[in-house]
Design a protein around this ligand. Structure first.
Ligand SMILES: [Zn+2]
Ligand SMILES: [Zn+2]
Length: 94
């Protein structure tokens, strides 16, 4: 299905459903956003589910994080047809 990503606003592209509050934190019935694969992967590379549940559970807050601002600025110039490989975030290394 051809859609518009709610975060980077690119279209048309395939979107996937993101639970703004992760399911393991009770977000099963909670609000969701439709995001392209690149944005979706970026969010989960940058934030842990605990961080998403505690603070980053709105698109406004996600888009306001300094790393997301940089990412969005870059991704908006990318062709929606092209598959984007997400760079691994240092924060998630254990
Ligand atoms: Zn996107
Ligand atoms: Zn998600």
């Amino acid at each position: 299905m051809e859609e518009t990503c709610e975060l980077c606003k690119r279209s048309p592209l395939k979107t996937t459903e993101h639970h703004l509050i992760p399911r393991e934190f009770g977000g099963v019935e909670g609000p969701t956003a439709w995001l392209c694969g690149a944005c979706h992967r970026q969010i989960h590379a940058l934030f842990t589910n605990a961080e998403l549940a505690a603070f980053y559970h709105t698109l406004e807050r996600l888009a306001d994080h300094p790393d997301m601002i940089k990412y969005l600025c870059w991704v908006k110039k990318q062709d929606p047809e092209k598959r984007i490989t997400t760079r691994k975030s240092n924060r998630k290394k254990r």
